[in-house]
Each structure stands twice: as C-alpha cells, then as structure tokens.
Design a binder for this molecule. Structure first.
Ligand SMILES: C[S@@+](CC[C@H](N)C(=O)[O-])C[C@H]1O[C@@H](n2cnc3c(N)ncnc32)[C@H](O)[C@@H]1O
Length: 206
C-alpha cells in the first residue's frame, strides 16, 4: 500500500464505521479490515471494472467487506457509516459526492488531486473544519490529506488557502510557486501583485 493510503489509514479511529468511496482496488479498505483499525469498513466505486478488481482483492485477502457500485453515496443506504474517505479524485467530484452524503456523517478524510483552496472554502461553508492536515510527497508532487469534522476550529483566509499542515517543506514549495507567479505579473497590475505579495508575506512568516 502506498504512503498516501497509509497516511489516510492513520487518521482512522477504532470506533469509525468507514466508507471508502472511490476505493478502486480496495487496498485501503482491506488494510483497515485486516489490521482491525476500525469498527467496520465498506468500499465503493463508480466503475464496474474497479469494483471487480476490488472484489477480487477482497477475496484474495479473505476479508469480509461489503462493496457497492455507486456514484458517491447514490446507491448506498448504510445509516451506521460515520466516516467517509474520498481520495484520488478532483475537488469537483469530491464536492459532488459530499453534496449527496447523509447528514449524519461526522468525519471526512479527503485527498484531492487539485483545487485545495476551493475544497477547504466549500467544506468550511458546509460547516466542516480542518482538524488535521498532513502533506505527503509522491512522484515529486505534494498531496495534502485533510481530516474534516464539525468540531469548530479557527479558520482564516490563509488557513483556507494554504492549509494547516505546518509542513515547512510544503510551505517552501508554495512560497517558491508564489514568487514565480509574482515575477511574471507585469508591474502595472498592482492588485494582482499585491495579492501574491500578501501570500508571500504569510508563507515567509509560518
Ligand atoms: C485514482 S483512483 C483512486 C484510488 C484510491 N482512492 C487512491 O487514492 O489511491 C480514483 C477512483 O475513483 C473512482 N471514482 C471517480 N468518481 C467517482 C464517484 N463519483 N463515485 C465513486 N467513485 C468514483 C474511479 O472509478 C477510480 O477507481
């Protein structure tokens, strides 16, 4: 299992009843079940092909995991699920899935492929706060993994933009990205320049 899935598994608690949407091969669900890391785990995917692979892996590993062929929660009716994992897809798909989840879901563990600011902002608007954010680096790309719950925590424009990972290497990478953008903005585009200067000031401070 890769670093991303292991990091997600570390955010799961014993009492969680988990659905891994977008499970693909179901490696994460199998790992959680085999190591008894949660109360129960379900796995789902929108793709028949992916789900067939998941089923084959589940059988091979001799574990008991109920699976669903489903776009997000659309074909799932398991009211005990309290924790949802959505990983390896983009922010638009993630938000579509979340818009159709039952209201009783307490905890989301999310690893998006893009648009993290948008994701954090929209989750905040839905009343979900970042409890933890971990950064992993795979194939030279950084992936934030976010744990959201309804427990209120302080969010600012900057925490929504840059997350709450406190990962210096990641912040340095973001800082260099901001500097590159700033250097490309023509001198007379003052408002645009100011926005990036503010980002740079914040990233230098943390
Ligand atoms: C790149 S894989 C990610 C696998 C694993 N979660 C990971 O992060 O390594 C993306 C999976 O998401 C599934 N998927 C995409 N949109 C979905 C949706 N709306 N509902 C459920 N599964 C979806 C795809 O079929 C695919 O198997």
């Amino acid at each position: 299992m890769n670093l991303k899935l292991k990091t997600i598994a570390n955010l799961i608690n014993k009492e969680d009843i988990v659905l891994d949407t977008c499970c693909d091969h179901a490696y994460l669900a199998i790992y959680l079940k085999k190591n008894n890391l949660c109360q129960n785990v379900y796995a789902s995917d929108i793709s028949k092909n992916a789900l067939n692979n998941a089923l084959a892996n589940i059988q091979k590993n001799k574990v008991n995991i109920k699976t669903f062929l489903s776009d997000g929660f659309k074909n799932i009716n398991e009211p005990t699920i309290n924790t949802v994992i959505i990983a390896g897809v983009g922010t638009n798909t993630i938000l579509d899935i979340i818009n159709n989840t039952p209201k009783n879901i307490q905890k989301f563990i999310i690893s998006s492929n893009n648009n993290y600011y948008d994701l954090r902002k929209k989750m905040f608007k839905k009343g979900f706060y970042i409890q933890k954010e971990l950064i992993i680096k795979e194939n030279n790309k950084y992936y934030p993994i976010m744990l959201f719950t309804k427990n209120k925590t302080k969010e600012t424009k900057n925490t929504l933009k840059f997350g709450k990972s406190n990962n210096k290497e990641y912040y340095n990478y973001l800082l260099n990205k901001e500097l590159l953008i700033l250097n490309k903005i023509p001198k007379n585009h003052l408002i645009q320049k100011l926005k990036h200067q503010k980002n740079i000031k914040y990233l230098k401070k943390i």
